[in-house]
Design a protein around this ligand. Structure first.
Ligand SMILES: [Zn+2]
Ligand SMILES: [Zn+2]
Length: 345
């Protein structure tokens, strides 16, 4: 058996050059013939000898999770905090047969891999982060915001403003890292209704045992910013930094908020948790999820948010739509929509 490596060396050592030491003049064959010899040799190697392995090991990892987009003069960076498996059929609230059918049509089963996305806005004057990810609260498949933020070219100390869509653990857990504020220079802003609700001792005590951890997560993540004088609470629709405003989308939580970003006539609306399972909820906005504190308000928010996005054609960013979670909404029929993801660019 000829060593394939020697055959390759021969193939790439041109006929015009000197013959390699160790090879006789008779080895200098015409290049076309060499090709067939080499091919034949590889064939034999594949058929009769040990299996051929690639030189490099498999890496089993993805590129860092960030995706950049320009909106007018602003630069938006979608940042992945990771993903986890959501038991969709158990959590979604609606007609089970229709939910199952919608999942099936999208090649999905009971457990859905669900993205957790945050969004960084560089307005030119301010660096604004929308939501902080789960930190260490939801296990190792999430909590990757900081590494992806760094990979995208920023440091956590650079964040000037941090706007929370709401105080659920998967949005606030990343505010703290090993007992320290992860974003030491950021002012954290959130709607009053969410702080009133989630930071209330009385509400925590009145909540069912399994819901208490949500309150504890909110308190543990927010209190250090409050003590440092870095928590600023707003009340309803509010202009924040120029080009960014809070818009109420109450329902998922008492103070759930979307952030509307506009620059030079271009617009993106960062939805937070308006949508959890895109494959089901765009087609049927009446479907809500167990995490929605007020299901009928959440349903109303779906209808308003989908209709407005479809009518105006702006880009939306969803915290739990497949990373980077950026796309548009198309109206298909009365109260039935399709999510149209942005093309990679
Ligand atoms: Zn939530
Ligand atoms: Zn969420």
């Amino acid at each position: 058996m000829v060593n394939p490596r020697i055959t390759l060396d021969r193939l790439f050592n041109g006929t015009k050059g000197p013959v390699q030491s160790g090879l006789s003049k008779s080895d200098a064959i015409d290049p076309a013939r060499r090709f067939f010899l080499a091919a034949g040799c590889f064939c034999l190697a594949c058929s009769f000898v040990t299996p051929v392995f690639a030189d490099a090991p498999m890496l089993k990892s993805q590129a860092p999770g960030f995706y950049r987009l320009a909106v007018g003069d602003f630069e938006i960076t979608a940042l992945s905090d990771g993903s986890n498996m959501l038991p969709a059929t158990k959590l979604l609230q609606g007609d089970p047969a229709r939910i199952e059918e919608a999942l099936k049509r999208n090649y999905l089963g009971d457990l859905i891999e669900t993205s957790h996305n945050c969004f960084l806005l560089d307005t030119g004057a301010k660096l604004v982060l929308i939501d902080a990810g789960a930190g260490s609260l939801l296990g190792p498949s999430t909590g990757h915001l900081l590494s992806n933020l760094r990979a995208s070219g920023y440091r956590p100390e650079q964040i000037d403003e941090l706007y929370l869509t709401h105080l659920h653990a998967d949005h606030v857990g990343g505010l703290m890292v090993e007992g320290q504020r992860a974003f030491p220079n950021a002012i954290v802003r959130v709607d009053k209704r969410d702080t009133d609700y989630w930071l209330s001792d009385a509400n925590m005590r009145a909540a069912p045992a399994e819901a208490r951890r949500f309150f504890e997560a909110a308190v543990a993540s927010i209190t250090p910013y409050m003590q440092a004088g870095k928590l600023a609470i707003f009340d309803g629709n509010t202009d924040l930094v120029p080009g960014v405003r809070a818009q109420t989308a109450y329902g998922h939580t008492p103070g759930h908020t979307m952030y509307v970003v506009e620059s030079r006539g271009e617009k993106i609306v960062l939805w937070g948790d308006v949508v959890h399972v895109a494959a089901v909820q765009f087609k049927d906005p009446s479907v809500t999820i167990q995490y929605d504190g007020d299901a009928s308000e959440a349903e109303h928010v779906h209808e308003l948010a989908f209709a407005d996005a479809a009518q105006k054609g702006y880009i939306v960013g969803g915290a739990h739509i497949s990373f980077p979670g950026l796309g548009r909404v198309r109206r298909d029929a009365d109260n039935a929509y399709t999510y149209v993801p942005l093309d990679y660019s």
